[in-house]
Write a protein that binds this ligand. Sequence first.
Ligand code: SF4
Length: 83
Amino acid sequence: MISAWESFIEGKEFKLSEDREMVRTLAVGELENMKNKGFKYCPCRITTGDFEKDLNLICPCNFLVQKTWKEYGECWCGLFVKR
Ligand code: SF4
């Protein structure tokens, strides 16, 4: 999971959080969602049960439009942060 994220950030305006313990915790959360819910849903948001709505919660989400990105330069979970 973390390797996939590291590939995802290559050449982008964001990187993974420097807090490696948090990154590992979020990776475990996503893998648990994959196992229990079938998709790598965001580990810090709650799925609704509505498949169409929950598609927006598959990680990585479109966090560049999120308020947290605009205000703090990070995704909702703090996994991806501005370089
Ligand atoms: S808020 Fe961050 S951790 Fe959650 S789905 Fe979006 S990119 Fe992934």
